[in-house]
Write a protein that binds this ligand. Structure first.
Ligand code: NAP
Length: 243
């Protein structure tokens, strides 16, 4: 039996990269998965795809409602949708700041708020609380900071603080909230980076390889499952030893 058997999960940013890998892993572990992104037609392993902009509260609420109408509950939320708009602080536009904060941080808040009540009400067959698990994807640079990423690092540092607060607010109702902080993972987000920058990153990674999307999906699946039942408010770094 898979570690997520019987669970209904929503995964944001599921059209490619880390999110798509999380959907495949969750499906392999037995979960019923709702895959979300702004543009998504199909997604391997998903029971339902939803076009959702995570920064729009009406769309977020509608997605959670549609999930509960179709599958009866939501046990797991993975806030994975994220973007970068890199640039030095002095040249960063208001629009680049706002867009990154709206998607990476506000989107995580909106989806967490939307699932909180349904998760608190979840019951097991014997009537005891089943609660839920929220897993937020932050980043190594949300811990360390990074030149050229004021907007992105602020959003990811905010996600870490939000994770700890949600864990404190919802813990008594058996809803857990943790974050995964990936290091350098090979995906569309990183493929365009200059080779000299990639080389500099590689030199800082003790395991001497870039991470793969499946490295992140396995960590997320553990935090989503009951195998991590006594873990909440934590940040799990998956970065090859980089930090
Ligand atoms: P990616 O390949 O660029 O995928 C990003 C996903 O987010 C896509 O599915 C995209 O789909 C979705 N998305 C973007 N804006 C959205 C919005 N407003 N509403 C809904 N979905 C949205 O990136 P990735 O590398 O897989 O990154 C996934 C997460 O890991 C992000 O939070 C990123 O910050 C984090 N991360 C990545 C790395 C890395 O090295 N790759 C390292 C640390 C952390 P649409 O464009 O169709 O909406």
């Amino acid at each position: 039996m898979g570690s997520l058997e019987g669970k209904v999960a929503i995964v944001t940013g599921a059209s490619r990269g880390i999110g798509a890998a999380i959907v495949r892993k969750f499906a392999a572990e037995g979960a019923t998965v709702v895959a979300c992104a702004r543009s998504i037609e199909s997604c391997e392993g998903a029971a339902m795809c939803q076009k959702v902009d995570v920064s729009d509260s009406a769309q977020v609420d509608a997605c959670v409602k549609a999930t509960i109408e179709r599958f009866g509950r939501v046990d797991v939320l993975v806030n994975n949708a994220g973007i970068t708009r890199d640039g030095l602080l002095m040249r960063m536009s208001d629009a680049d700041w706002d867009q990154v904060l709206d998607i990476n941080l506000k989107g995580t808040f909106l989806f967490s708020r939307a699932v909180a009540r349904p998760m608190m009400k979840n019951k097991r067959a014997d009537g005891t609380s089943a609660g839920g698990s929220i897993v937020n994807i932050t980043s190594v640079v949300g811990i360390t900071g990074n030149a050229g990423q004021a907007n992105y690092t602020a959003s990811k540092g905010g996600v870490i603080a939000l994770t700890k607060t949600v864990a404190k607010e919802l813990g008594s109702r058996n809803v857990r909230c943790n974050a995964v902080a990936p290091g350098f993972i090979e995906s569309k987000m990183t493929e365009g980076l200059p080779e000299d920058l990639k080389k500099a990153y590689m030199e800082k990674i003790p395991l001497r390889r870039f991470g793969q999307v499946d490295d992140i999906a396995r960590a997320v699946a553990w935090l989503a499952s009951d195998e991590s039942a006594y873990v909440t408010g934590q940040v799990l770094s998956v970065n090859g030893g980089m930090v």
